[in-house]
Design a protein around this ligand. Structure first.
Ligand SMILES: Cc1ncc(C[n+]2csc(CCOP(=O)(O)OP(=O)(O)O)c2C)c(N)n1
Ligand SMILES: [Mg+2]
Length: 307
């Protein structure tokens, strides 16, 4: 596939701007349901959307807004869905945590942690029996890896020779707890090695590189008839201090669901000045000036769509 760098950059910016606008709506209490933002997670979603081939199937989890934007959803469609209106992407019936979009290949999304993994194994097996020649991708988190279904699904996929890519978005958090507070480290690469399946680790938010890796793995899982695991090291952006009666001094968290209280849509929607922020990475490129102009115009356009 020929990669158009400008269009990838636009996809990242559209996702970030859209999420910041949804964040404003959360702040204004426009939605009755929780919405999990995924600022800082955009690069893998844009890469997955651009590495897919017709007929590929995607299964998502509670945190899925970045895939919705990357797979073409408009901010108005998402806003309306979260407001549970018939004009929403899921006709107001799915909300945020179960939002699928079958027309774009997002066939299943579950708020039950670890649940989408065995479902993906079934989908991959079904496609294989039909000789579809397509790949199933399932997205999970480092918290969801604590579910037994993660390991059972690897075993099932490997045993059934199924072509499936498991994307593990590793943000080092689960709810309001850091993974290090919860459990021992899990070396995903060693787990994959134990099952004798391909593994790749991605970090740095270089979207063309992410696409290369996903495209290569897509071919490999089809040729070898096996699953693969991709661990994406990333940071959820929009951190804040949570004050509770038993902790009046506050506890540092990155947000889990709902409002990112300190995040605001600025002219350039960067949230962190290092490579953990995919928007910062874009701002370091040769065409940063043009992208900054584009982002400004795009923010006005998308704000207008919500007016
Ligand atoms: C079976 C199950 N147990 C608990 C929860 C509550 N829950 C929702 S999100 C979450 C943490 C998820 O962490 P991770 O998979 O790392 O995703 P992240 O939110 O960090 O992207 C938990 C425990 C749930 N949804 N399902
Ligand atoms: Mg996590």
């Amino acid at each position: 596939m020929r990669v158009n760098h400008e269009s990838l950059a636009h996809d990242i910016l559209r996702s970030r701007i859209g999420q910041l606008l949804i964040n404003e709506a959360i702040r204004e209490k426009k939605f009755k349901i929780p919405v999990h933002l995924a600022m800082g997670h955009e690069a893998i979603a844009v890469a997955a959307a651009n590495a897919r081939e017709p007929g590929d199937q995607f299964l998502l989890s509670h945190r899925n807004i970045h895939y919705q934007f990357a797979f073409g959803a408009q901010v108005r469609q998402l806003y309306d869905e979260y407001a549970l209106l018939p004009s929403g992407l899921g006709e107001g019936k799915l909300g945020s945590m179960n939002l699928s979009n079958p027309k774009e290949g997002i066939i299943y999304t579950s708020s039950v942690l670890g649940n989408n993994l065995p479902v993906a194994a079934g989908v991959a097996l079904g496609l294989q029996v039909k000789g579809a020649g397509t790949v199933t991708t399932v997205v999970t988190g480092d918290g969801a890896m604590e579910e037994g279904s993660f390991y059972e699904t690897l075993l099932m996929l490997r045993s059934q020779n199924s072509s499936c890519i498991i994307l593990v978005e590793n943000n080092e958090w689960s709810l309001a707890t850091q993974i290090a507070e919860r459990r021992c480290p899990i070396d995903v690469g060693s787990i994959a090695k134990g099952f004798d399946i391909p593994y790749a680790e991605l970090s740095g938010n270089n979207v063309p590189q992410y696409i290369d890796v996903l495209t290569g793995l897509r071919k490999e899982v089809l040729a070898k008839k096996c699953p693969a695991v991709v661990e994406i090291k990333l940071k959820s952006l929009g951190d804040w201090i949570m004050k509770t009666p038993d902790r009046p001094e506050g506890k540092y968290i990155n947000y889990h669901a709902g409002l990112a209280p300190n995040a605001a849509l600025n002219e350039w929607p960067e949230m962190r000045e290092d490579n953990w922020d995919p928007v910062h990475v874009l701002g370091q490129g040769a065409n940063a000036g043009a992208l900054k102009d584009w982002a400004k115009a795009q923010a006005a356009k998308m704000r207008g769509e919500l007016a």
